[in-house]
Design a protein around this ligand. Structure first.
Ligand code: ZN
Ligand code: ZN
Length: 732
């Protein structure tokens, strides 16, 4: 709920700041210890990194940026003349949050007093660097712990860990690292900001931590958006509990997740929250009424008094807001909705459709009785997917039968998973109206806000028809609660994900094969397949892989692979397959190099046997790990030249071709696999002479069937090496 709309340039200093912001880079705005609380949300790309400077000049970092892109945060801190940061708070162990602490140390920017995190450990190269960099400064945060800055001053700054490690609602041993994020509350008198990394709020995933942490946090002024504006965070309960006026979204241009999402923004707007984005990102289009894209670092400068306020500034803008308490909630809004689907439990829909139930008397549906054990009866229910969370509910239903029947009415209780009888009476050929009300509707509203109302006629020896004339669902809702995600609810199903147990604790996950790289345009004049890019990126992280080369090297076997700089993944596990086909963890990526828009990762297995088989585990930030392989290498194969596989056109529409060069005659296998690792085609197999090799593929399966648009991998085996190259196929 809004306390006050922004008051641009109300204060003289705001005007000055705005003018300065127009003239100079954001970094020059900041003067350490300028008497205000400063929180600099640094433009770190697709990650988080915020620098707090207390009024007296003490400093804290809340996360430190993305491991692939440390240049901005380094130069930003250097630009402020900072060489020691007093405190470091690591929200969680994903590489887009702790990726640059070693890079900062390398240029002489160190942590002075302590680096706090959630404890436990994690397996990634970035995490290992983080731990090694902090050394003995690393401390585990506990729930309720407060770090005080400017102690002894009239207005100290308190940094409080409100909760952590899943807040008792998500298991600390669960695989979703985001759910374990530290919930940090920054307090400076009447000003509060909450910073919690990638905290989650999606009940359907079982990781709704926000709903529990929200009341613990209470009213805040500024909210650093959880998880870069993911649709699975920033839920309505969170916003209702914390009532922020301003939300800062840290996201990167072109990110593969589609952050920030329209869903999260719709909820923020419905709760009257203005948003500021460090970059445009790759999801929702900013709405100029609500959203400001800074394309730069966003600086909060706050005063502590209850009638004072804070500014939100970035390149070319400075907006003022006032600290304050909430306003009384507005009166509930009354609304009416009508059924949107019909389900037959017995009988069949003979006339009409679900829309007729919204029109009293003029039209109706007819349900013919179905036969069961020699008896005829009708039994059907209508569903509505409520647009808002109801505070109460009244269902009105009007029905009749072609012959007099005992009609029994039910409503579905989602908590007990049982029908609850709400009426039973004799009903003849004349319409009878029934109403059912509740002031505690929670049990009757499903996860997608579905409500089911059922009409049953009793058994009879000959057939008859149940006539549904009218049904409506009336309720009150709180102003500002956002519409439900109807698309999710209407689909009703879960992702077609399956997991296979693999040894070494690796989980092998796949998503359905309709995946299509959402960043690619469809062919001209054809439909673009709409998919949930965020969910796809989380569940099929291997789709980020552009290419992989595994080859013998002087020091053993060397694997190198590339992903786009924006195709962010959390990290990699390398497994070696044993003779009895178990997978043994061999290590994480041991190095990376950013070149242009590509990141190359490397791993060397010094202890490789003569013939080694590897699997590469690609981890997404949601904890999923997908394996790609088998990757076979003959360590004894000697070849002086490298082997490179070129694929084009990519994306392909009607055909693809493959090119590589052999330095000597060799047996070659070139195959295509889908994201699930299923064999699709073999464009080339057999002995090939030395020299350039070309193979074509018509995008058909070996059995001649055409393939679905989506992500595929070509795999070349030759000269003791294995190469993978991604091929995206778009609809023709
Ligand atoms: Zn993140
Ligand atoms: Zn994360």
């Amino acid at each position: 709920m809004p306390r006050l709309a922004p008051v641009p340039h109300r204060l003289r200093h705001a005007l000055v700041a705005a003018l300065v912001a127009l003239l100079v880079p954001a970094s020059a705005l900041a003067i350490a210890g300028n008497g205000k609380l400063q929180i600099h949300h640094i433009k770190v790309g697709q990650g988080d990194g915020a620098l707090l400077i207390s009024p007296n000049g003490q400093t804290a970092l809340f996360d430190d940026g993305v491991y692939t892109d440390c240049g901005v945060i380094k130069s930003y801190l250097q630009g402020l003349g900072i060489t020691v940061v007093d405190y470091h708070f690591c929200s969680h162990y994903h590489a887009d949050h702790l990726g640059c602490i070693d890079d900062l140390a390398a240029v002489g920017i160190t942590i002075g007093t302590a680096g706090y995190d959630r404890g436990s450990s994690y397996s990634s190269a970035s995490y290992t660097s983080y731990v090694n960099t902090l050394g003995s400064k690393r401390l585990t945060m506990t729930k309720g712990q407060i770090v005080t800055l400017d102690a002894g001053s009239a207005d100290p700054v308190q940094l409080k860990c409100v909760d952590l490690n899943g807040a008792g609602v998500y298991s600390p041993s669960g695989s979703d690292e985001n759910a374990k994020s530290l919930a940090m509350l920054v307090s400076y008198g009447s000003f509060q900001e909450e910073i919690s990394g990638d905290l989650t709020g999606d009940p359907a995933s079982g990781n709704d931590v926000e709903t529990t942490v929200g009341p613990e946090v209470g009213d805040i002024e500024v909210y650093k958006a959880h998880h870069h504006g993911s649709r699975y965070s920033t839920n309505d309960n969170w916003l209702t509990s914390t009532t922020p006026e301003v939300c800062i979204i840290s996201c990167g241009d072109g990110n593969s997740y589609g952050h920030p999402t329209t869903d999260a923004l719709n909820r923020l707007h419905a709760h009257n929250v203005k948003t500021y984005w460090t970059e445009t990102g790759a999801g929702a289009t900013p709405n100029p009424t609500w959203d400001t894209v800074a394309n730069g670092t966003i600086v909060i400068q706050a005063d502590p008094g209850p009638t004072q306020g804070y500014t939100v500034s970035g390149p070319g803008f400075s907006h003022s807001y006032v600290n304050g308490g909430g306003t009384p909630p507005p009166p509930p809004i009354h609304t009416t909705e009508f059924p949107s689907s019909l389900t037959m439990l017995k009988g069949s829909l003979a006339t009409g459709d679900v829309t007729r139930l919204a029109v009293s008397d003029d039209s109706r549906i007819g349900v013919s009785a179905g036969l069961s054990g020699g008896k005829y009866y009708t039994d059907w229910y209508a569903s509505v997917f409520l647009l808002h969370p109801p505070l109460n509910m009244t269902v009105t239903s009007e029905n009749s039968f072609t012959v007099s029947r005992t009609q029994t009415l039910y409503v579905w209780n989602w908590t007990t998973a049982a029908w609850v009888q709400v009426n039973s009476a004799t009903v003849g050929t004349t319409d009878v109206t029934n109403t059912w009300s509740t002031t505690s509707p929670a049990d009757y509203v499903g996860p997608s806000r579905e409500v089911r109302f059922r009409v049953k006629g009793n058994n009879r020896n000959s057939t008859y028809t149940s006539r549904g004339d009218f049904m409506q669902f009336e309720y009150d809702y709180t102003s500002g609660t956002a519409p439900a995600m109807l698309a999710d609810g209407a689909q009703g199903g879960t992702d077609a994900v399956f997991a296979e147990a693999a040894s070494a604790g690796a989980t092998h996950r796949h998503a359905d094969d309709a995946a299509l790289d959402g960043s690619l345009p469809g062919a001209p004049g054809h439909d673009v397949v709409t998919i949930d890019r965020e969910r796809q990126a989380a569940l099929t992280p291997q789709a980020a892989l552009r290419g992989l080369v595994a080859a013998p090297a002087e020091e053993g076997v060397r694997l190198s692979w590339t992903v786009g700089v924006n195709d962010h993944v959390d990290g990699f596990n390398i497994y070696r397959e044993t003779a009895d086909r178990a997978l043994v963890f061999a290590g994480n990526e041991s190095g990376l190099e950013v070149t242009g828009d590509e990141v190359e990762f490397r791993f060397t297995d010094a202890g490789a046997p003569a013939r080694a088989t590897y699997w590469l585990g690609v981890r997404s930030c949601s904890g999923s790990e997908a394996l790609i392989g088998p990757i076979q290498v003959e360590a004894t194969a000697r070849s002086t030249a490298g082997l490179a596989l070129r694929v084009g056109p990519n994306p392909a529409i009607t055909a693809a071709s493959f090119e590589f060069a052999l330095e000597q005659d060799a047996d070659v296998t070139l195959e295509v696999f889908d994201l699930q690792g299923r064999h699709v085609a073999t464009p080339l197999a057999g002995r090939q002479p030395a020299g350039p090799v070309h193979a074509g593929w018509d995008l058909h399966r070996a059995d001649d069937g055409s393939i679905e648009p989506g992500v595929y991998f070509a795999r070349l085996r030759a000269l003791g090496r294995t190469l993978y190259s991604r091929l995206t196929v778009v609809a023709r």
